[in-house]
Design a protein around this ligand. Structure first.
Ligand code: TXA
Ligand code: MG
Length: 305
């Protein structure tokens, strides 16, 4: 069973939660201006309340009604929206994205998703929709409709089936605050792509860290070992590139980073369902999209930060 984008928009207007497909991962969505609906998201996910949510809007004009964009934020929005980039800017209109959704911060995270059904929900609803990844807190983000339903479908009044997520990793989060541009979470839009438009990034880590990056994340139940040459007894090996492990469990048999990103969370979940002694993952190159893949893997393995 799944609902149409219009039915999902109606559910949002009633203050209910929805499962929202995006090109990155599935989200659990609510009306960003409604503190009761937003509270229901934190409850369903078991998410700590100090961790703010991303507000999804239909276009850049709607984003600029909520946040304050300087020239560099606007350049990034022009280049990558709609798409897998989230911009953290000073908040302009705090009512549209309530305090609870922003975890009380005076900044706001904004994204214009590229998925056609997400955009249909947003235009039918007509306001910002906060949507964290639809996993229960600490678990891998769902990248298929079935996985999203299994994680938090119990809390959603409407669930929109958008098929498998093309990107498979959460959006790149970039803050543009006080004239400084910082990469808070690597994703499909790479560090090099952001720097090409916004100049060198501020890597001091001071000022604006992403609160959600401090906790254990993306972890399946089985222990995860990364950058390994082979599996131990009872482990499943997630390979990368030709001839590494069983092709059925390969992130990308040809060694393609986009394919590996799209497969990562689904394969972690599928491997976990077989209740292995552990999940071993072959080395993944660190350049480009590899930064985001290695970031998620380090966190899944419990190497935080
Ligand atoms: O791809 C995505 O971004 C997905 C889809 C559904 O859009 N959403 C997602 O949301 O990954 P979530 O809540 O799982 O991750 C949001 C991240 C967290 O790391 C949070 O701490 C950070 O964005 N964030 C949100 N507001 C922020 C703010 N004002 N300052 C710094 N970080 C913020
Ligand atoms: Mg998440």
């Amino acid at each position: 069973m799944s609902e149409t984008p219009e039915q999902a928009a109606e559910a949002l207007k009633r203050g209910a939660l929805i499962l929202l497909p995006t090109e990155t991962v599935y989200g659990l969505g609510a009306d960003a201006s409604d503190p009761r609906a937003v509270a229901a998201i934190f409850e369903a996910k078991g998410r700590p309340r100090f961790n703010p949510l991303i507000a999804h809007v239909a276009d850049a004009a709607a984003a600029e009604a909520v946040g304050v964009f300087d020239a560099r934020a606007r350049r990034l929005a022009d280049a990558f929206w709609p798409g897998p980039l989230t911009l953290v800017t000073p908040v302009r209109d705090a009512r549209r994205v309530c305090d609870l959704a922003r975890a009380g911060l005076d900044s706001v995270a904004l994204r214009v998703p590229g998925h056609a059904k997400a955009r249909a929900v947003l235009s039918a609803f007509g306001g910002p929709v906060v949507a964290p990844s639809a996993n229960r807190s600490g678990r891998p983000s769902p990248t298929t409709f079935q996985d999203a339903v299994e994680e938090t479908g119990f809390a959603a009044a409407a669930a929109v089936d958008g098929g498998p997520c093309a990107v498979g990793l959460e959006s790149t989060v970039v803050s543009v605050l006080d004239g400084r541009v910082a990469l808070l979470r690597p994703g499909a839009v790479t560090r090099a792509e952001v720097e090409a438009l916004a100049g060198p990034l501020d890597d001091s880590g001071e000022g604006h860290r992403s609160p959600g990056r401090l906790t254990l994340h993306y972890a399946p139940d089985a222990p995860v070992r990364i950058e390994v040459g082979g599996a131990r007894d009872g482990e499943i090996l997630l390979g990368f590139g030709p001839g590494v492990g069983d092709p059925r469990w390969s992130l990308s048999p040809t060694g393609d980073l986009r394919e590996a990103a799209a497969n990562l969370f689904r394969l972690l979940r599928d491997a976990d369902r077989t209740r292995p002694a552990g999940i071993a993952v072959a080395p993944i190159p660190r350049d480009g999209l590899g930064e985001a893949i290695n970031d998620r893997l380090r966190r899944a393995a419990g190497h935080i930060g």
